[in-house]
Design a protein around this ligand. Sequence first.
Ligand SMILES: *Cc1c(COP(=O)(O)O)cnc(C)c1O
Length: 393
Amino acid sequence: MDTKDLGFDSKLIHAGMFDDQFGSATVPIYQTSTFKFKNADHGAACFAGESDGYIYTRLNNPTIDSLEKLVAALENGYRGIATSSGMGAVNTIYSAFLKQGDHMVSTAAVYGPSRVVMEKHYSKFGIESTYVNTSDPENIRKAIRKNTRMLYIETPANPTMDITDLEEVVKIAREHKLITVADNTFCSPYLQKPIDYGFDIVFHSITKFLNGHADIVGGVIVSRDKPLDELMRPVMINLGCNMDPHQAYMVIRGLKTLSVRIDRSQENAMHIAQFLEGHPKVKWVKYPGLVSHPQYVLARKQMDGPGAMISFEMKDGLCAGKTLMDRVKLCILAVSLGGVETLIQHPASMTHSKMDKESRERSGITDGLVRFSVGIENVEDIISDLDQAMKCI
Ligand SMILES: *Cc1c(COP(=O)(O)O)cnc(C)c1O
């Protein structure tokens, strides 16, 4: 069945599906490392790409194919490449498009490891990078050099919730013939489709909203056309950051409810953001759904909803943030995001505690900053949990 003209929710259920010999209603798990060839000629044809038979699971597998087609349909892209983790996707992209002497411009508040691997590892191969606040496109213009090849953005950024104007930055990238890459993990294609704005490559940590149930780690890359896909696929295969069939099955299952999960969690997030904004112990709240967000208008333009991620700052800094973590009962004290359960995290005392205060604050991580990933519980229960924990401060 051609799912191209179906609505987004229908694609979640039907895109990427295929008919197997038993008429399975869901995608089966092909838990096999390798596939039988019919004969030597068939084996040769598979390797030559003249037959679309399967060869070996690191290269391709029916369950993984199905997930790749599904996510590509959701992002309005050509094809997906599933990876072992979100970082597997990041490394496939960097390795495929950057070579010695090249330069990349990226969002300053990008997901930490995406920057660490570039600065610590790719720098050894002579690849340079500059990190700027991409929510002001002028900063990108100023950072572009003769050897710049890639513009890599994350929007909304983490944990600043700064938004980058997709349409505007694609224009700049095209003037300089740069490959454009968007980390769409925070939004999922339900809320934002960078390829529709002209981006070349979109990727996700599937671990977050796409899978949505905090039970697997994975990634996926979607490219806008065939040549980009063909350039990246062998890199993923040769780096060995392929997905596993069982992992792919879990994500296909989780994805079916993406829109209903996000509808509920962002409805909850809006109530919680308003509650926090009115709370005397909270200094500020950053949530794209609040009129107080400095880029509220841009968020409404390029996102189909404000999402489920909230950042807020406790008035009494480090100590207040830490106390809040120790007092919540329903909200789970954990990193990661995008699942059905509400997660809370205090970067200054947890993920970024080893960083000195000055460099922490330069990347937007102030002492009282709390990062909140809103789940689908009853919103009154989340608010009353926050309320009781705030009373202890
Ligand atoms: C989690 C995350 C990643 C990395 O994904 P893993 O699946 O943990 O490897 C990349 N980008 C963003 C925005 C993330 O939240």
